[in-house]
Ligand binder design. Structure first.
Ligand SMILES: Cc1ncc(COP(=O)(O)O)c(C=O)c1O
Length: 386
């Protein structure tokens, strides 16, 4: 029998995609669906970025670039670390990648050995464990909850570390909870990884989208830490497929070789576009939009709580509210599908984020305007009779 590689059996689909397909079907039938399942900003890419791409394409800047990206863009990212965080990150350690996804693929292609175990927070971003599986690494969950702000602690890390553990991947702010790690927490996790000769990867894709304090970068906690970021979320360039990674110096050449072979280079027009991402006029647009996300969070969190959802850790960033719905139902998957069918509200069930009490949780994204969020809350109130 002709069959695909064995690893395919371990790659799960995104359950929310099935929900989305149904949502589209209902929309085609004329139903009004409020999309709170979507993990991307609803704003278009800022004009200065779009204009830079159009100019680059018109000027014929469409050929391959260096595998690690345009030198000017690597310099610009290095400058961003200096101006935003006051941290010196040499451009030579920065690789431009095909989104954070491309960075995660390159990092695991470089670091994952067959059977090597990687610790991941559960709940967490679902693709991590699948990307890892593709490179024959073994994901191992650290269940996290409100007691540790849905982040791993040094104590949890020590408890889960085994002889086969190769490293730890965390995200701050995290998806689906929006919780942050402080610099001293990052440093403490890095200390445990170092003490065990393990790698430490920090996904900072939601940096810029924090609402009380700026998230500290793990680059400030040691140059042996792999730091992943992206133009997708704060810069609102999801479809451009562009991100970056700060690499420990000893592995820059490894990543370069992998990038040469696996992808040749990141998208050239997208890289030229991103050169405009750090311009003051672009940052002004992005900061205004960040304020809008904050207003949405401040509206939605108490509104959902008044319906009966519980938010057990304060979401400090990203654009998600991960809610405990156990007072309202015992199966968030059934709830998500019923909400869609009966009141036209699409949200992501906990199942997509791991196996740590997924049936008790549901994620609402505030990637739509406040008027639509208010309408969603009215529908939820009607649904639960509150
Ligand atoms: C935590 C996290 N990491 C990585 C990604 C991948 O993003 P991209 O490849 O668009 O940069 C996402 C996307 O939602 C995410 O939530």
């Amino acid at each position: 029998m002709i069959r695909p590689a064995r690893r395919l059996a371990d790659i799960a689909p995104f359950h929310v995609v099935e929900l989305l397909t149904r949502a589209r079907q209902l929309e085609a039938e004329g139903r009004d669906i409020i999309h709170m399942e979507v993990g991307e900003p609803d704003f278009p890419t800022p004009e200065p970025i779009a204009n830079a791409a159009v100019d680059a394409i018109r000027q014929g800047k469409t050929l391959y670039t260096q595998a690690l990206g345009l030198p000017d863009l690597r310099e610009a990212i290095s400058g961003f670390y200096r101006s935003r965080y006051g941290v010196a990150v040499p451009a030579a350690r920065i690789a431009v990648t095909n989104g954070a996804s491309g960075a995660l693929n390159l990092a695991f292609a470089c670091l994952a050995d067959p059977g090597g175990e990687w610790l991941l927070a559960d709940p967490g971003y679902p693709c991590n464990r699948h990307i890892l599986r593709v490179y024959e690494g073994r994901p191992r969950s650290i269940p996290v909850g409100p007691a540790s702000n849905f982040q791993p602690t040094p104590e949890l890390l020590r408890r889960h570390w085994s002889v086969s553990t190769a490293g730890l991947l965390v995200a701050s702010p995290a998806n689906p909870t929006g919780t942050l790690l402080t610099l001293s927490e990052i440093a403490a996790l890095a200390g445990v990884c170092r003490a065990n000769d393990g790698h430490f990867l920090v996904d900072e894709i939601y940096h810029g989208l924090t609402y009380e304090t700026n998230a500290p970068t793990a680059c400030a906690a040691g140059d042996d830490i792999w730091v992943i970021n992206s133009f997708s979320k704060y810069f609102q360039m999801t479809g451009w497929r562009l991100g970056w990674m700060v690499i420990p110096e000893a592995h820059v050449r490894d990543i370069e070789k992998l990038a040469q072979n696996l992808v040749l280079c990141p998208s050239t027009p997208a890289q030229h576009a991103a050169l405009a991402a750090f311009a003051p006029e672009t940052i002004a647009i992005l900061e205004a939009r960040r304020d809008e996300f904050r207003k949405r969070r401040d509206f939605l969190a108490p509104a959902l709580e008044s319906v009966g959802f519980r938010i057990t850790a304060r979401p400090q960033g990203a654009f998600y509210l991960y809610c405990d719905c156990s007072a309202l139902c015992d199966d968030s998957f059934a709830l998500a599908s019923d909400l869609l069918e009966r009141v036209g509200v699409a949200a992501t069930p906990g199942l997509d984020f791991g196996s740590n009490a997924p049936e008790r949780h549901i994620r609402f994204a505030y990637t739509t305007g406040i008027d639509r969020l208010a309408e969603a809350v009215d529908r939820l109130r009607r649904y639960f009779g509150r």
